[in-house]
Design a protein around this ligand. Structure first.
Ligand SMILES: CC(C)(COP(=O)(O)OP(=O)(O)OC[C@H]1O[C@@H](n2cnc3c(N)ncnc32)[C@H](O)[C@@H]1OP(=O)(O)O)[C@@H](O)C(=O)NCCC(=O)NCCS
Length: 213
């Protein structure tokens, strides 16, 4: 095989939502030689949404001009482990919906997935391997570090900083100027009005630190 091959890691819900975004980009590029696979070692499915599912080892041995990886898993630690595993073998592309609105003064790293109806305004820095799910808005001068995961319909006001591997649940609203610590989890529907400590769980309106153990 001498064409490029695209691997979507994770034959699950987010993978199924990312596939049409990838296919839409293909249709635009007119490049008919590219091939898509789902990569998943934890399913018995042979195909998913009419796309062949193969294991990680099989993907490694595929003969391709270039392997291009998209990681759909919401678990940021899994995203990081895949990155480390394929560091020397593949490109980690940005998979971005064509309706994405971003200011020219904002920047996006690599390995990110950005679903439909997302808006990023001015002076925003998005790191690498970030997931922006559907309908996320990020306002001016925010910083999102690597491996951050943002669930659907989250609104992040200006000057917010979000540390690596943090997770923001669906529908969360973050007040301007807030710091959300690395590795923290913000439950769905939260209104975050105070800084969130690293590796903590917060939820509610207003969001408060919770200990569910
Ligand atoms: C916060 C969260 C991580 C906690 O998950 P969990 O540890 O499994 O917690 P549980 O579901 O066992 O709930 C524990 C308690 O917290 C409450 N709770 C959980 N999440 C809550 C939330 N977001 N807001 C308010 N209360 C919440 C539950 O009602 C329960 O209360 P109880 O003890 O009085 O019955 C989870 O509820 C959440 O919000 N995940 C994000 C989901 C999401 O955004 N998915 C998007 C997919 S794309």
């Amino acid at each position: 095989m001498t064409s490029d091959v695209y691997g979507i890691f994770g034959a699950g819900g987010n993978g199924s939502e990312l596939l049409p975004i990838l296919q839409e980009n293909f249709n635009k590029s007119k490049d008919k030689d590219k091939k898509i696979f789902f990569i998943d070692d934890h399913t018995s499915k042979k195909s998913f949404h009419h796309i062949k599912v193969i294991g990680r080892d099989k993907f490694k041995t595929l003969d391709a001009k270039k392997k291009k990886i998209i990681i759909s898993m919401a678990d940021s630690k899994i995203r990081e482990s895949i990155y480390r595993d394929f560091l020397d073998d593949a490109d980690f592309i940005n998979l971005i919906s064509k309706d994405f609105i971003i200011s020219s003064s904002s920047e996006v790293g690599f390995g990110n997935t950005i679903a439909q109806k997302c808006i990023v305004t001015s002076g925003v820095s998005l790191g690498n391997f970030i997931q922006l799910n559907i309908n996320v808005s990020i306002h001016h001068d925010c910083l999102l570090e690597d491996f951050v995961t943002i669930a659907p319909s989250v609104s992040i006001m200006g000057n917010v900083q979000i540390g690596a591997h943090a997770y923001l649940g669906a529908g969360t609203i973050v007040k301007q100027g807030i710091n959300i610590g690395a590795g923290s989890i913000v439950g769905m529907g939260s209104v975050v009005v105070k800084d969130v400590p690293e590796n903590s769980l917060v939820f509610g309106n207003p969001a408060k630190v919770r200990d569910l153990k």
